[in-house]
Design a protein around this ligand. Structure first.
Ligand SMILES: NC(=O)N[C@@H](CC(=O)O)C(=O)O
Length: 447
């Protein structure tokens, strides 16, 4: 028998408007939005007073599977994602082994098919060592290629440091090229200067001085100019500086843009003021920068120079984080709370609900050409999240779902709660309870 769910009397937030309606879900797809008569056998979800959003599509996560599963894995982190209203994610290649060939990519899809509760896609990794292999590959069907995090291998050769490699890739690659844009060579110089002064114990407040605005701006400027020269499809990951936002355009529809960018939630949420309180827990690459940068990023998001919001969810164990500056891992878990963070900006009057949905749901689907997801539309997959905008709760260790068991947001009180999350028509998350054993689907990239 067909599985039928009706979400009744809910405020649907979709494509720039919000309106009260019922939403009918049949066999994994959205069938109708309007007034739905209830028949016996329908599962009814009361959405009165709640808001129904398309499931979040997080365009950048590190779920650590395979090889780094002491930090997180596809099961634990996808579960945390779903509790946060995230129904689809795109995962980075800096696992162990690094995902540098199409065979390894296929292995990762296979792994996710029996581990991930959310829908999934994976970037093919690319760095200076594998460029020739990647450009021989049929990249036209891939969601994207990326060098993100591959510098941890130390033979990484990030694209931002290698204009020649970058040009070669821009000439041949048909997929989106998503790059981590910081000039590592410049950063290394800064690191050496600070190491001489402080040894290993550099105060973390210098992190944004070491991983400087200059390192970001120069890398982004160069990547954009090379991409324009070759008419390549470039996406700059996790932008952190106000200066860089002015390098992007907002007068072309997203579908036609060749150069796009994103902001990660933590760069909107934290600023350098927070280093004193949180120390290396908020050490990220690129670094959290100034209050002025944070404001500039929000402005660029609102005026469409920034296209999507991601988390760059990057769990590490507390032990790995709480080491002296140079040994402490960069990155932190965020995927369970990204929607709550953005809804807090809404509650404080900084952004509309419709804009949040555009940047977290619609635009990732458009940018990565993801088939039939990201919108509340008849015929689309039923990936949805139901939120209560007036239900305060506090982040504690006990309510974290991350395998690493900590969050830089512990102690934060959010005024909104993610109540339910539907993935492919299945009510996977309902007020703290999970329906286990139903796995997500691979995202289909429709060029
Ligand atoms: N963002 C981070 O600080 N860390 C990421 C790697 C990366 O995105 O560079 C990680 O994988 O830990």
């Amino acid at each position: 028998m067909a599985q039928i769910i009706v979400v009744q009397h809910t405020t649907v937030v979709n494509e720039g408007t919000s309106f009260i309606a019922d939403v009918l879900l049949v066999d994994g797809r959205i069938e109708k939005i309007g007034t739905i008569p209830i028949n016996p056998g329908y599962q009814v979800v009361d959405g009165t007073g709640k808001h129904l959003l398309p499931g979040i599509i997080d365009g950048q996560v590190h779920f650590r599977d395979p090889g780094l599963t002491h930090k997180g894995d596809l099961y634990t982190e996808s579960k945390a994602a779903i509790a946060g209203g995230v129904t689809s994610f795109i995962d980075m290649p800096n696992t162990v082994p690094n995902v540098l060939t199409v065979e390894m990519l296929a292995d990762k899809y296979e792994l996710a098919s029996h581990k991930s509760l959310a829908n999934y896609a994976f970037f093919l990794g690319v760095n200076g060592d594998t460029i020739d292999e990647v450009i021989k590959t049929d990249t036209s069907k891939l969601i994207g290629v990326s060098d993100d995090g591959l510098y941890f291998t130390k033979k990484g050769n990030l694209l931002a440091d290698n204009p020649e490699t970058m040009e070669k890739l821009f000439t041949h690659c048909k997929a989106i090229i998503a790059i981590h844009s910081e000039k590592e060579q410049l950063i290394e110089k800064n690191e050496n200067a600070y190491r001489q002064k402080y040894g290993d114990n550099v105060p973390v407040k210098f992190h944004p001085v070491i991983r400087s605005t200059k390192a970001c701006y120069e890398a982004t400027k160069r990547a954009i100019s090379l991409a324009k020269k070759h008419n390549a499809r470039l996406h700059i990951l996790h932008l952190t500086t106000e200066a860089e936002t002015h390098l992007f355009e907002n007068d072309i529809p997203l579908r036609e843009k060749k150069i796009t960018t994103e902001v990660s939630v933590h760069h909107l949420w934290f600023s350098d003021k927070d280093y004193e309180r949180l120390g290396t827990l908020i050490k990220w690459n690129p670094a959290i920068k100034t209050e002025q940068d944070k404001q500039g990023l929000l402005r660029a998001l609102l005026d469409d120079r920034i296209d999507i919001i991601t988390t760059d969810h990057a769990p590490h164990t507390l032990e790995e984080k709480q080491k002296p500056y140079f040994q402490s891992m960069s990155g932190a878990p965020m995927v369970q709370h990204s929607l709550n963070c953005m809804l807090e900006f809404y509650k404080n009057g900084f952004i509309s609900l419709e804009k949040i949905v555009e940047k977290m749901c619609h635009n990732p689907a458009i940018l990565y050409r993801i088939e039939k997801r990201g919108f509340i539309k008849a015929g689309y997959y039923a990936d949805l999240t139901l939120v209560d905008l007036n239900n305060p709760w506090t982040v504690t260790k006990e309510n974290l779902l991350y395998k690493c068991g900590w969050s830089p947001l512990e102690g934060t009180t959010f005024s909104t709660k993610i109540e339910k999350t539907v993935v492919n028509g299945n009510l996977i998350y309902d007020n703290g309870q999970f329906q286990e054993g139903i796995f997500g689907m691979p995202l289909v990239c429709n060029k």
